[in-house]
Design a protein around this ligand. Structure first.
Ligand SMILES: *Cc1c(COP(=O)(O)O)cnc(C)c1O
Length: 362
C-alpha cells in the first residue's frame, strides 16, 4: 500500500477550536446538548439502575444502549488506526451526511460544493436543509480538477464533498487533486470512502492529524456486508466528533446494531475472504461485458461495481428487468449517458447476468 504524501503548504493555517467555531452554525456553537440518564451516570460499579424510567423486565432489551458506543469504538479504533475520540458512529452514512449540513451550514445562506456525478444523498440532504448545492462536473475520465472545485467556492461555501472511489463512476479521485483541495480550502472537506476496502489506495483517515477540518466517511454497508444494520462511520478531529456527538440523537445506534457490529469485528478474516471473491469476480464480469458487441466501453473501477457504456442502455436495462435481473440505469446522469452501473454479485448471480447479456437480441 502506497502512502499519502504531500508537501507542507505555506497556505495552510493551523485550525484549532477557534477556526472551527467560525465554520459552525451559531445555534450549534451555542447548543447545550440533551443530557440523558446514561450520559449523566457513566460509572460501572452501580448495581441498581432506577434512573431512566426503563422497564425492569425483558433484559437486555429493556435498557437504553450506550449513547457513545464506547466498546465498539474502542475495537474499531484499533482496526482503523485512529483514536476512539476520532470516531463517530451513525445510523448509516446518511446520518453523518445530514449532520454535516446541520452542524456547518446555515439554511438559505451557506452553500456546499461537490463533484458531479456522485452519490445522490449529498444533494438530497442539501435540499432538505435548504442549502445551495454547487455541482462541479468531472472530466471525461471522471477525474476532478481541484482548481475547478475551488473556483466554485465563495466565502459562503462551508463544505466540499468528494467521493472516492466515486459512485456511480467507480474510479478513485486522484490523490494530488484531493490534497490540493485540503491545502487550499478553508472550510470542511468530506471524503466519502464507502468503497475504500475494494481499492488498493490508502485511506485519507491516515492524514487526519495534518488536516483538522477533514472528515473521512466509511460504512458497514458495502465491503463489510452489513447494509441491514445501518451503521456508518465518520473519522475526524476530536473537535469535529464532539460537535457531531452533541447534535446527534442521543441513542442513534441501537443495541442490536452495536452487538452485531462487535461480532463482525471479531471476524475480519471472513471479510477478507469476501473481498477476494468479489475482486476476482469483478475481473470476470468486466471482461465478459467488454466483449459484448453492443458495449462501447467498460470503465476502470476501484469499487464493487463498474460502469459500462452501451449503444442503448435503456434497451439493455429493460431487457434485463424482463429476465429478473436489476442493474442501475444511469443514462440520465450527466457524463453517464447510456451507462449502466453493475454491482458484482455471487459467482452464480454473475453468470446469470453474463448469460442473459450474451443472449440480448441486439
Ligand atoms: C452505499 C454508499 C454509502 C453507504 O451509505 P449507508 O447509509 O452507510 O448505507 C455511502 N456513500 C456512498 C457514496 C455510497 O455509495
Amino acid at each position: 500500500m502506497n502512502d499519502i504524501t504531500f508537501q507542507s503548504s505555506p497556505y495552510r493555517e493551523e485550525a484549532g477550536e477557534g477556526a472551527l467555531a467560525t465554520l459552525l452554525r451559531p445555534n450549534i456553537l451555542a447548543l447545550k446538548p440533551y443530557s440523558s440518564a446514561r450520559n449523566e451516570y457513566s460509572g460501572k460499579e452501580a448495581r441498581v439502575f432506577l434512573d431512566a424510567n426503563e422497564n425492569p423486565y425483558n433484559s437486555p432489551y429493556n435498557r437504553y444502549p450506550d449513547p457513545l458506543q464506547t466498546e465498539l469504538k474502542a475495537k474499531l479504533a484499533i482496526i482503523k488506526g485512529v483514536k476512539p475520540e476520532q470516531v463517530f458512529l451513525g445510523n448509516g452514512s446518511d446520518e453523518a451526511i445530514d449532520l454535516a449540513y446541520r452542524c456547518f451550514t446555515r439554511p438559505g445562506i451557506d452553500n456546499v460544493v461537490a463533484i458531479e456525478p456522485t452519490y445522490g444523498m449529498y444533494r438530497v440532504c442539501a435540499d432538505i436543509n435548504d442549502v445551495e448545492y454547487r455541482p462541479v462536473l468531472l472530466d471525461e475520465h471522471f477525474q476532478m480538477s481541484a482548481d475547478k472545485l475551488l473556483e466554485a467556492c465563495d466565502e459562503k461555501t462551508k463544505v466540499i464533498w468528494i467521493c472516492s472511489p466515486n459512485n456511480p463512476t467507480g474510479n478513485h479521485i486522484r490523490q494530488e487533486e484531493i490534497i490540493r483541495v485540503l491545502q487550499r480550502f478553508k472550510g470542511i472537506v468530506i471524503i466519502d470512502e464507502a468503497y475504500a476496502d475494494f481499492s488498493r489506495r490508502p485511506s485519507f483517515r491516515h492524514v487526519l492529524s495534518h488536516f483538522p477540518r477533514l472528515i473521512v466517511m466509511q460504512t458497514f454497508s458495502k465491503a463489510w456486508g452489513c447494509a441491514a444494520i445501518r451503521l456508518g462511520m465518520a473519522f475526524a478531529s476530536k473537535d469535529i466528533i464532539d460537535i457531531y456527538n452533541k447534535v446527534k440523537y442521543p441513542y442513534n445506534v441501537n443495541l442490536l446494531t452495536q452487538q452485531h457490529a462487535l461480532k463482525v469485528l471479531d471476524n475480519m478474516e471472513e471479510i477478507d475472504r469476501w473481498m477476494s471473491l468479489v475482486l476476482a469476480e469483478r475481473a470476470v464480469v468486466m471482461r465478459a461485458v467488454q466483449t459484448l458487441p453492443y458495449c462501447r466501453q467498460v470503465y476502470p473501477t476501484d469499487a464493487n461495481f463498474f460502469l459500462a457504456r452501451m449503444d442503448d442502455a435503456q434497451r439493455v436495462y429493460d431487457y434485463l428487468v424482463d429476465q429478473g435481473i436489476i442493474v442501475r440505469n444511469r443514462t440520465r446522469v450527466e457524463r453517464c449517458q447510456n451507462c449502466l452501473r453493475i454491482t458484482i454479485g455471487t459467482k452464480e448471480e454473475n453468470s446469470t447476468l453474463i448469460g442473459a447479456l450474451r443472449r440480448f437480441p441486439d
